[in-house]
Design a binder for this molecule. Structure first.
Ligand code: HAM
Length: 424
């Protein structure tokens, strides 16, 4: 019997995981600069949280959730996204009452969606996201966008574009919704069954349908920007003004409909424009969700955020041919020639590691030559050889691999010596 990784998931092996770590590190540094504090929530939540939060009529809730009953008969769902969980935690821990407002949260972790597998689309993927809750200031819309643009530029992506839209406020959406119903109703029989049920529940979702994308009524559908109230239009104008002030370029796409129900006002996506990138070009999606906190049982608090997947970020880097500057260095490899030397080697590498010097030795009884080769393959900066003579003299030759220089150093001086030259 042989086992394989489940469909739509992947193993991140050594060689690849260093890239993940580097990206995660850069993201954490930027979160620190922007002051988005990490929140860690469970990987599963009550199913109802997503039904309410993400929306009953969305593809995510209708088709893509990993829902199961636990032994206590509760319906639980592996989180398909992070916003609903972050907002649930915000409400549960009454973060709206803390002095530091708005509450700026970030998270990174696996999300689960039962989607058709294709390049860039996984069933388990890692999202990094932020949520800024408690401010309806257009300046913070620009801040979250600036943060994600910074993330992409810090890792070296160039071929990206920011696409922006406004879904307006409730009044905007109600008027647009009515216009959509009137537009689609007479011919709704020509649409898929999903669209038919969306007509009354959430006609905006029809525009997002993958099946009926080419239907002529799609292109002529009432466009949301035509229904923006004066307040919504003024809000959107301010967001654009802040983006201009920050030097962030954007394209307006009035048809940008996000696949989740909680959005209003600013919505955005960041796409890869790299030639080699596959069919799915969206790297990041986000927007404002005034009303979601209340829907989840909290006070009327506005919010905005985004999420991106590390998988798609890596694919975009690959498509652009960007090599990450991954450091996979080993400071010292200790070659031991007999059992007694091996004990000393173990003792020495432990003292090196205690001082922050990375160190390794042989654990599969290789001959000296093979151990030297291993040291070379691992890219060790220094190699020490321990045999009878070295033990008798309590000193070893430290070979600097880059130059071939050798220096005899007493065992008790090794840590100091290596710390010093390692810094050079
Ligand atoms: P979303 O557009 O569903 O939004 O997902 C955001 C990002 O997650 C996508 O742009 C993509 O990078 C990544 N992603 C989604 N599905 C997959 C998949 N199957 N495989 C790989 N990557 C995927 C949200 O999740 C919202 N919670 C974003 C948000 C936060 N809005 C406000 N705050």
């Amino acid at each position: 019997m042989s086992f394989k990784v489940p469909r739509g998931t992947q193993d991140i092996l050594p060689g690849q995981s260093e890239k993940w770590q580097l990206i995660e590190e850069k993201i954490r540094e930027l979160c620190h600069l922007y002051r988005y504090k990490e929140i860690r929530t469970p990987m599963f939540e009550a199913t109802e949280l997503f039904q309410r939060g993400v929306g009953d009529t969305t593809d995510i809730v209708q088709k893509e959730m990993y829902t199961f009953e636990d032994r206590g008969g509760r319906s639980l769902t592996l989180r398909p996204e992070g916003t609903a969980s972050a907002v649930r935690a915000y409400v549960e821990h009454k973060m709206f009452g803390q002095p530091d407002q708005p509450v700026k949260l970030s998270y990174m972790g696996p999300m689960f969606r039962y989607e058709r597998q294709q390049a860039g689309r996984y069933r388990q993927f890692v999202q990094f996201g932020v949520e800024a809750i408690g401010s309806a200031d257009p300046a913070i819309d620009a801040e979250v966008i600036a943060l994600v643009m910074d993330i992409y530029s810090t890792v070296g992506l160039k071929d990206i574009k920011l696409v922006l839209n406004s879904l307006g406020d409730k009044e905007t959406r109600d008027a647009h919704r009515q216009a959509l119903i009137e537009h689609f109703q007479p011919s709704i029989g020509e649409f898929c069954s999903d669209c038919q049920s969306r007509l009354e529940k959430n006609p905006l979702r029809i525009l997002d349908c993958k099946v009926d994308r080419e239907h002529p009524l799609m292109a002529s559908a009432p466009a949301l920007p035509d229904y923006l109230t004066a307040d919504s239009a003024a809000y959107f104008a301010k967001v654009k003004m802040y983006l201009d002030a920050l030097g962030i370029a954007y394209e307006i796409d009035p048809n940008l409909v996000r696949g989740l129900d909680y959005y209003n006002h600013t919505t955005f996506e960041i796409m890869s424009t790299a030639a080699g990138f596959g069919a799915i070009t969206t790297l990041c999606g986000g927007g404002r969700y005034n009303g979601l906190v209340e829907d989840i049982g909290g006070p009327d608090m506005p919010g905005i955020g985004f999420a991106l997947s590390i998988e798609r970020l890596l694919l975009a880097l690959e498509a652009e041919g960007v090599e990450l500057d991954v450091k996979d260095e080993l400071d010292v490899f200790v070659v031991a020639l007999d059992d007694e030397a091996k004990v000393k080697a173990a003792e020495l590498i432990s003292s090196f590691r205690a001082k922050g010097i990375s160190a390794d030795m042989d654990y599969i009884d290789r001959k000296m030559k093979a151990q030297m080769k291993a040291a070379d393959r691992l890219g060790a900066k220094f190699v020490l050889v321990l045999g009878e003579t070295e033990l008798a003299e309590a000193a070893a030759n430290v070979k600097t691999m880059a130059t071939g220089d050798q220096q005899k150093v007493a065992f008790h001086d090794l840590v100091n010596y290596l710390s010093r030259i390692n810094r050079l």
